[in-house]
Design a protein around this ligand. Structure first.
Ligand SMILES: NC(=O)c1ccc[n+]([C@@H]2O[C@H](COP(=O)([O-])OP(=O)(O)OC[C@H]3O[C@@H](n4cnc5c(N)ncnc54)[C@H](O)[C@@H]3O)[C@@H](O)[C@H]2O)c1
Length: 402
């Protein structure tokens, strides 16, 4: 059985590990000892990856987690699935990919196929990962390099690793063929593109498409409010057109690892090449302004001041049905409510503690602001939790909405 090392055992890396361990022997390398210890006890820390699957892969001898780089030495394939966030000055932070390259260079003792799954700008495999590994390696192996951008949407039931078409491209024909062989063990549909840069750019464009359309509908919600019409009714009406329209819904903004971050990787490359990326910048601004707009609306509806009012923020995860709070717009909503003089608590059925505070039960507030609505959340209880409820999701009948 071939051996695969997967660097990074988070949302992406652990998901791939669970699927790949059905046909490969997988070593999941993560530099967090806590994550490694949990995984080796058969406990998944990622929604969508069942602990039972980790346990059965471990007992079949097909999975183990490690924080020791030497344990990846015998891999035939190495998958990179580490974070690609932004630096403080909002530039691509390549330090995690660089560290993964170092782990590969220092520990791999044979020619391997290196596949990048981390989201990054076009040219990352060719101009960053390959030269970095070559520079840091004492032994000069002829590795093969490929990209297969991850498209997983955590919390989604209908599309998963198996039935989501997977893009891929190698730097060489051999790399492409080997990459196809690896993913065909667990993906139904593989789509080869002509170069790694096409695959890298496609991933960024997919998320930029979402970011820009979310910003467009968020801006339109503000126009609809001034027109005294319901934005959601307008969207439902427009959505009756069977072609040329795709419905996006207004919200408190965007969160998570991808939508607020990935478009900036595209903008970075555009800037380096002297190409415009004005939509990305404006979309970022519009989405980041939403928490301010929402607090202004809540304030206006409540006599122009929130001083001394108790406000319950319902749903702090960045999207429904996940416990992920990375880059959540709820943080800015809470910050602005506090700046406006409100005392703020939060409640989330899936997030038990966040920013050093536990989730509070629904009820007992002057005002409730719904940022994220999980399927398990009791809508009737949300409506009863305060005399005034502002719903940014547009899903609660009887609440004030965008
Ligand atoms: N989460 C998603 O839905 C999603 C979807 C598509 C693409 N992506 C992309 O996939 C990549 C990984 O994202 P994620 O959501 O899995 O991140 P994550 O934060 O859930 O997991 C990353 C893991 O990598 C580990 N790690 C960090 N540096 C490491 C290193 N040098 N060596 C070994 N382990 C290291 C961390 O401890 C963590 O467990 C990012 O580029 C992201 O943009 C994520």
């Amino acid at each position: 059985m071939k051996k695969v090392a997967i660097i990074g055992q988070g949302y992406v890396g652990l998901t791939i590990s669970a699927f790949a361990s059905k046909s490969y022997q997988v070593v999941g390398f993560d530099n967090s000892q806590k994550v490694v210890d949990q995984l080796n006890q058969g406990m998944s820390h990622i929604e969508g990856v069942k602990s039972a699957d980790i346990k059965s892969a471990i007992s079949a001898g097909n999975y183990r987690a490690t924080a020791n780089g030497a344990d990846i030495a015998e891999a035939d394939i190495v998958v990179i699935a580490v974070p690609t966030p932004l630096t403080k000055d909002r530039k691509p932070d390549m330090s995690f990919i660089e560290a993964a390259c170092k782990t590969i260079a220092e520990n791999i003792d044979r020619p391997v196929l290196v596949i990048n799954e981390s989201t990054s700008f076009p040219g990352t495999v060719r101009n960053f990962i390959k030269p970095m590994i070559e520079k840091l390696s004492a032994n000069k192996f002829e590795h093969q390099y490929a990209i297969s951008p991850e498209r997983v949407d955590p919390g989604r039931g209908d599309y998963n690793q198996k039935n989501t078409p997977r893009l891929y491209a190698g730097l060489t024909k051999e790399a492409s063929e080997k990459t196809r062989e690896f993913y065909s063990s667990f993906c139904d549909q593989l789509v080869e593109v002509s170069s790694p840069e096409v695959a890298e750019a496609a991933k960024l464009f997919e998320n930029t498409f979402r970011q820009v359309n979310i910003a467009l509908v968020n801006e339109f919600a503000q126009i609809a409010h001034k027109l005294s019409i319901s934005v959601n009714e307008v969207l439902d009406a427009a959505n009756t057109k069977p072609y040329g329209f795709m419905k996006f819904t207004p919200s408190a903004g965007v969160g998570g690892h991808c939508i607020p971050v990935d478009p900036t990787y595209l903008a970075h490359v555009a800037e380096l090449l002297g190409a415009p990326s004005t939509f990305i910048e404006r979309a970022n601004e519009v989405n980041l302004e939403m928490p301010f707009y929402i607090v202004d609306r809540v304030e206006a509806d409540n006599g122009g001041s929130l001083k001394g009012k108790s406000v319950l923020v319902v749903g702090v995860a960045y999207k429904p049905n996940v416990a992920d709070v990375r880059e959540t717009p709820a943080e800015l909503v809470i910050e602005e409510l506090k700046k406006a003089g409100a005392s703020v608590t939060w409640s989330d059925d899936l997030v038990s503690s966040w920013m050093g505070e536990p989730s509070t039960p629904l009820g007992g507030a002057d005002i409730a602001v719904v940022v994220t609505l999980h399927a398990v959340t009791d809508v009737a209880a949300v409506l009863k939790s305060a005399p005034y409820v502002f719903d940014t999701t547009g899903k609660i009948k009887g609440a004030h909405s965008l």
